[in-house]
Design a binder for this molecule. Structure first.
Ligand code: G3I
Length: 376
């Protein structure tokens, strides 16, 4: 056990907000030592290679391995039907994230009826290709229908809610024990917009302890998995960043087995966050004894600038370099190529927010990220 002392004082500057009240019995927040469980060390080991000398000969994964950084990509099982996509994912990335098919609603649409067919295809592909997998996501209080099952949202009895969570988490995490290396145990715990904890059915029925419960169930199901929180909209919003730091601090003080914090990194306007904000956030989180990663990176291609490709590359470069400078050990991108992105529907036009274009050709943003990784 590593003991991290009194860092909390520096980490928690904001005493307002619901996150202050999420302790057992709503106890007052007390800065103290944090007993940090040993997180599983990343399996991305540094490998010497040609990347620093000749980045143009390297893939993202090669440059990432040389720098000790996982490079991930979100995808859906149907994309594996395309051999060109399979090749690209195999060579350019070192980790996959199931974009949708491992959400609770997708796997257990009706209570007790589990269907892991699509997830099996993704995890089998990753395992055969020597890639790791980020399990996404066990609990997502704010999204029903496609994310969490509607039947869960209808539960009002604490014992029934706890038993539903136990069955789902045990089944999913247990099934992929040793093959899914890290899990987004709780996705987006903060209200959005807002800075308090979200008003989800889980929290309404179980109180704030739903967080502790989710993590302890996941830990019990696979002791070697890294367990993460994954949050949206914190990179350029100081109040939400404070709330996230505060929440992570409190979870660590409570001894919750939390090993990593994902910053999703959706830049849906295509503009850069204020310079230094991401670095500052990473610098506040890592001393709490957690790994930090960009987990869902995408940057909309702007239509109102003279060189949109360059502008997009500059935003990717700023975001990824600040994270890596701060010690992030993973960059994951929310989609393989511009052929399909969740942002297309959001914007009502092709968002083109990824590193590869719709023909799977690398864009300026690809070279910006790859060259940064290769320099490290
Ligand atoms: O598969 C159905 C299809 O049969 C149907 O015809 C179509 C009609 O709308 O919907 C399809 O399902 C959609 C699904 O994506 C697959 O494309 C759902 O409506 C749509 O809600 C779903 O959106 C996903 C969203 O999470 C909600 O689960 C996005 O693809 C996915 O990229 C997005 O990912 C989230 C992360 O999980 C958490 N962080 C934010 C991120 C972006 O919202």
């Amino acid at each position: 056990m590593l003991i991290v002392t009194a860092l909390v004082l520096a980490a928690c500057t904001d005493t307002g907000g619901d996150a202050q009240r999420d302790g057992p019995g709503g106890s007052a927040f007390t800065p103290t030592s944090i007993a940090v469980p040993n997180p599983t060390t990343t399996s991305t080991t540094r490998a010497p290679g040609p990347c620093p000398a000749r980045p143009e000969n390297c893939t993202l994964a090669m440059a990432g391995r040389a720098a000790g950084v996982r490079v991930g990509v979100a995808l859906m099982s149907a994309q594996l039907d395309d051999p060109a996509v399979r090749d690209l994912v195999r060579t350019q990335f070192s980790q996959i994230t199931p974009e949708n098919e491992l959400k609770w609603a997708q796997v257990e649409a009706e209570p007790g009826e589990f269907d892991f067919t699509a997830v099996d295809a993704l995890v089998d592909f990753a395992t055969a290709a020597g890639l790791e997998t980020r399990g996404h996501t066990l609990i997502w209080g704010q999204r029903y229908g496609n994310g969490m099952p509607d039947w869960v949202a209808g539960i009002t009895d604490p014992a029934i809610m706890e038993s539903a969570m136990r069955k789902w988490i045990r089944t999913a995490v247990g099934r992929y024990r040793g093959r899914i290396q890290r899990w987004d145990v709780v996705n987006e715990p903060l209200a959005n917009p807002g800075t308090g904890l979200d008003d989800s059915p889980f929290r309404r029925v179980l109180g704030d302890r739903y967080l502790d419960l989710a993590f302890s169930l996941a830990a019990a199901a696979d002791q070697s998995a890294q367990l993460w929180i994954n949050e949206i909209g914190v990179e350029n919003d100081p109040a939400r960043a404070d709330a996230l730091v505060e929440l992570v601090t409190r979870l660590r003080i409570r001894g919750v087995p939390l090993h990593g914090v994902g910053l999703q990194g959706h830049f849906d306007k295509g503009t850069a966050p204020v310079q230094g904000r991401i670095r500052q956030l990473v610098d506040r989180l890592r001393p709490l004894g957690v790994e930090v990663a960009m987990t869902e990176l995408d940057v909309v291609r702007r239509g109102d600038v003279s060189n949109p490709g360059r502008a997009q590359a500059d935003v990717f470069a700023q975001v990824t370099s600040e994270c890596l400078d701060g010690g992030c050990e993973e960059l994951s991108f929310w989609g393989v190529s511009d052929a399909a992105s969740w942002l297309d529907a959001q914007l009502g036009r092709p968002a083109e927010p990824l590193l590869f274009d719709a023909l799977l050709q690398p864009k300026p943003a690809y070279r910006a990220v790859r060259d940064d990784l290769a320099r490290r």
